[in-house]
Design a protein around this ligand. Structure first.
Ligand SMILES: [Zn+2]
Length: 153
């Protein structure tokens, strides 16, 4: 059966929300990439859905950096503007923002030092809690139905 692009979009939105809830917050973006690959969902569609959830004020993105020299944490930032000009890791390595930016623009190197996390906003926390409850209700009803249809009782 063919579905309209809007139905597809709503379907993906609902599927994505369900996956986000299942993965647990904060959701590591690379886990979502893996999930999309497994289920053969175009990554551009996933990114667009995430962007929509961000625009609706339900999700926010944070970038977690690690020291390129030793891998120690360098903090979480919402935007490159928030990153100080010089970062110092717990092992006293100094990394300039310029150096960091050049690494994160290199596809072969970026994932070594940056992890992208999706956090729910306060509005998002309420939304995903409601979503989770609805999922649980569906499951509870289904379990009762399955039991009553089976020869178990
Ligand atoms: Zn270091």
């Amino acid at each position: 059966m063919m579905t309209s692009p809007n139905e597809n979009k709503d379907g993906l939105m609902s599927l994505l929300a369900s996956v986000l809830v299942d993965l647990g917050f904060p959701v590591i973006y690379s886990n979502l990439v893996y999930w999309a690959k497994v289920y053969n969902i175009p990554l551009d569609d996933v990114d667009e859905a995430l962007r929509t959830l961000k625009e609706e004020g339900l999700l926010e993105i944070k970038y977690v950096f690690r020291c390129p020299k030793c891998g120690s944490p360098l903090g979480e930032y919402k935007h490159i503007h928030d990153v100080p000009e010089i970062l110092v890791c717990p092992n006293s390595h100094e990394i300039s923002k310029k150096e960091l930016v050049s690494i994160i623009q290199d596809p072969d190197e970026a994932d070594r030092i940056v992890t992208i996390l999706w956090y729910p906003t306060d509005k998002g926390k309420r939304f995903f809690r409601t979503f989770q409850k609805r999922k649980e209700k569906i499951l509870q009803r289904r379990i009762v139905e399955t039991i009553s249809k089976s020869s178990f009782c």
